[in-house]
Write a protein that binds this ligand. Structure first.
Ligand code: ATP
Length: 444
């Protein structure tokens, strides 16, 4: 492909970011530091897909460019030594007005969230001392920087500075592979060097409806033994990315089929059962706020407490995620016992548990228990008596545990249909208080 092929950058960038890019382009030209957008931006622009973000690579000292940007346009810079990378936080969010072509792409991109900072990375080369290690990094040229990448479709760049604005660089055949729909590694040792690429290959292939190129696919089995050498953060990060994708189900299917998941130690709970449950997350209920957490719960909800503790450690779960998965497992592993329970019994067991966990279990439950869980989520959890603690004190209940106990019993009476109106509630309370509500009855 000729180096003079150009990409119409403004078409793909939200206005606010384009203003910043123009500033970077002007200064990098002035300083004689070639600057490029690389990787996902170019790939998605060529595929006419919404743009997530962009990565900016400078051939030379990116920190020098960063300092010049602050001097000229204000804002602040954080510098990440020793690899000469920096993040520029411009002073103000520029006005949206100029460069307003291509509303559709721009708005799509904006809806995906554009930040108020730009990462400036000095072009580098990378080598791996042993499989799954973090790479050893040296400053290099754009060509080096593209060669260190995962796949040809990500080894594309578009130049920003001066008259070069929009020039495409494609030394490794990325554009041809985009056209053919192929995810291809750049060299035979790629998956062994960095086994996260196994997961990334599957993610891109399923996201775009591509195939993993046959030579690259043949390399997968050779790298499987290194998957478990990945650090918890890197492994979970890639799994999180997959679980957050619209096509997470076919992606996970592919990970299961190719044996990639099986390489994670300690072993995950039954693969067959997980695959069956996971299929139900193809279409997530609209109430799901966090697809990643939701899918983790669906995936792991049959783990035993010991299995789960080991996994949470291996994958470095956040406390919040660990709590939710543990809650989902506690419900799911005891699901049979919900059958035939009264609403108040059901509520007593579910109150205080994260709603997302109940929702995840509901998706995987049989009809009878799902009906109970859905009733809890849509109705029972919100059933509250008219009376509160103050009202009970006014009625003569002394301050202390009896208040909470009586309020719970009253809520249970509402839930089980023994109380159905405010007047009925007053009657119920009068009866209970007169009767000596404090006979040691338990919560249920
Ligand atoms: P998306 O965010 O849409 O998945 P992206 O291309 O922006 O795609 P990032 O994970 O942000 O993906 O990575 C940015 C770029 O860094 C990629 O395009 C790729 O060139 C490079 N990259 C990321 N991870 C690796 C890796 N493990 N090995 C080599 N290159 C990588």
């Amino acid at each position: 492909m000729s180096m003079t092929d150009r990409l119409d950058i403004p078409r793909f960038i939200p206005t606010s970011r384009l203003v910043l890019l123009r500033q970077v382009a002007a200064l990098s030209a002035h300083l004689g530091l070639p600057a490029y957008l690389v990787g996902g931006f170019v790939r998605d622009a060529l595929l006419k897909q919404p743009i997530n973000d962009f990565d900016l690579v400078v051939e030379g000292d990116a920190v020098k460019l960063g300092r010049a940007l602050v001097k000229q346009f204000g804002g602040r810079l954080t510098v990440h030594a020793p690899f000469k990378t920096a993040t520029w936080f411009p002073l103000h969010r520029p006005e949206r007005s100029r460069w307003s072509s291509s509303e559709a792409y721009r708005d799509q991109a904006q809806s995906k969230g554009d930040g108020d900072f730009i990462d400036l990375i000095s072009a580098r080369s990378e080598t791996y001392e042993h499989p799954a290690a973090l790479p050893t990094v040296k400053l290099g040229t754009l060509a080096d920087d593209l060669r260190r990448r995962d796949f040809t479709i990500n080894a594309l760049a578009v130049r920003l500075d001066g008259d070069h604005f929009g020039e495409l660089s494609d030394p490794l055949g990325g554009r041809a592979d985009l056209q053919r729909g192929l995810v291809r590694v750049l060299h035979p040792n790629s998956f062994v060097d960095d086994p996260t690429r196994l997961l990334r290959a599957v993610r891109y292939a399923e996201r775009y409806g591509f195939k993993i190129e046959s030579g690259s696919e043949a390399l997968i089995p050779l790298a499987l033994e290194y998957v478990d050498k990945l650090s918890p953060e890197r492994l979970r990060h890639e799994l999180d990315l997959i679980l957050g994708e619209e096509n997470a189900v076919p992606m996970m299917e592919k990970l299961w089929a190719s044996g990639i998941v099986r390489c994670v130690r300690p072993a995950l709970p039954s693969e067959e059962a997980a695959r069956k449950r996971f299929g139900a997350t193809r279409r997530l209920p609209s109430s799901v706020e966090d697809p990643v957490q939701f899918r983790w719960m669906v995936w792991l909800m049959d783990a035993t407490p010991a299995q789960f503790r080991a996994l949470a450690k291996r994958l470095h779960f956040t406390a919040d995620l660990a709590k939710k998965v543990a809650a989902a497992a506690s419900i799911y592993n005891d699901l049979e016992s919900f059958k035939g329970t009264r609403p108040s019994e059901c509520a007593a067991r579910l109150d205080g548990l994260p709603e997302e966990a109940i929702r995840a279990v509901s998706l995987c439950a049989d009809e009878e228990t799902r009906a109970l869980l859905e009733m809890y989520l849509t109705k029972w959890k919100d059933v509250k008596p008219f009376a509160d603690g103050d009202a009970l004190q006014r009625m003569g209940v002394p301050f202390g545990p009896r208040i909470g106990e009586t309020l719970w019993r009253l809520r249970a009476a509402w839930l089980d249909g023994e109380v159905t109106s405010e007047a009925g509630e007053r009657e119920w309370l009068a009866g209970v208080l007169q009767d000596g509500y404090n006979r040691g009855d338990s919560k249920q």
